[in-house]
Design a protein around this ligand. Structure first.
Ligand SMILES: [Ca+2]
Ligand SMILES: [Ca+2]
Length: 233
C-alpha cells in the first residue's frame, strides 16, 4: 500500500510577543547573506543525510510588522534536480487547512500531528540550470491556487550555482499574503525530487523519514515514500 510521508515535527512560532522581548523580531535584508541573522533567529538544524545535492542544514525565521522572513542553509556540495518546499500553517491546532498526502506540487508529502497547511512555497532547482520556477501556493479549501512569489509581494534571494547547488535561500513574505499576521505560525522546510517523490531532508528534522528507505525516505513511490512534519514558529 502506498503511503505518503507525514511530516509531524514542525517549528511553532508564537508571534504575539511584544517586539522588544522577541529575538525573532527584526527586518532582514534579502541578499542570500546570513550576516543579518542572529542566534535568536535560529530555529533548527537538519540531520546530515549524506546526500551531496539534497542536504538541508539550518532554518532561521524572523518577522516584522510587514513581513515573515525565512532563511534556509544547506550542506550541498553538488547541484542536483531537486524541489525546495516550505509548508506554513497559520492556525496550528485548529485543523483548518490541507491534510492530504500528496501536496501542491504532487510530492508525496503530508502533514500530521495536528498541523494542516494553508500555504506552500516551492522552488525548482535544476542540476544544470540552477534556480528555476518559484511558487506561492494557497490552499483554498478545495484546491490549490498557484502564483509566483512576486505576484503576492513576496521575494527571495539565494546563493549557490550549478557547481555547488543551492547554498542559502532567504525569503520574505508579506503578512497580507498570509491572511494577516497570526498569533502563532507553524513551519517546515524540505527537499524532494521530481513529481511523486517524497522528502529526503527536512528542517526541523523529522525522524519519520528514517523509518522509510535509506537514505531517509525515498525519491519515488515504488516503495514507501515519507511525508514531512511541520514545526511551529
Ligand atoms: Ca540577508
Ligand atoms: Ca492551518
Amino acid at each position: 500500500m502506498k503511503k505518503g510521508l507525514s511530516l509531524a515535527i514542525v517549528v511553532l512560532l508564537v508571534l504575539s510577543l511584544t517586539p522588544a522581548v522577541s529575538g525573532l523580531y527584526g527586518t532582514k535584508v534579502l541578499d542570500g547573506d546570513l550576516g543579518d541573522w542572529g542566534t535568536l533567529d535560529y530555529i533548527a538544524t537538519a540531520k546530515d543525510n549524506g546526500l551531496p545535492g539534497a542536504n538541508l542544514n539550518n532554518l532561521y525565521v524572523a518577522w516584522d510588522e510587514e513581513y515573515l522572513y525565512i532563511m534556509i542553509t544547506t550542506r550541498n556540495t553538488q547541484s542536483w534536480d531537486v524541489a525546495y518546499g516550505i509548508g506554513i500553517d497559520v492556525d496550528p491546532g485548529t485543523g483548518n487547512g490541507y491534510t492530504g498526502d500528496t501536496d501542491a506540487w504532487g510530492r508525496r508529502i503530508g502533514f500530521g500531528n495536528g498541523y494542516a497547511i494553508d500555504y506552500e512555497i516551492y522552488f525548482w532547482w535544476g542540476w544544470n540550470t540552477g534556480m528555476g520556477s518559484d511558487n506561492f501556493i494557497t490552499w483554498t479549501g478545495s484546491g490549490w491556487d498557484y502564483k509566483g512569489l512576486a505576484d503576492v509581494g513576496a521575494s527571495f534571494a539565494y546563493t549557490g550555482d550549478t557547481s555547488t547547488g543551492l547554498q542559502t535561500l532567504e525569503i520574505k513574505i508579506p503578512w497580507t499574503a498570509l491572511g494577516g499576521k497570526p498569533e502563532k505560525l507553524a513551519l517546515i522546510a524540505w527537499i524532494a525530487g521530481g513529481g511523486d517523490s517524497s522528502a529526503v531532508s527536512s528542517v526541523p528534522w523529522d525522524p519519520a523519514m528514517e523509518s522509510l528507505d535509506a537514505p531517509y525516505a525515498s525519491w519515488f513511490n515504488g516503495d514507501s515514500p515519507a511525508m514531512v512534519s511541520m514545526a511551529g514558529i
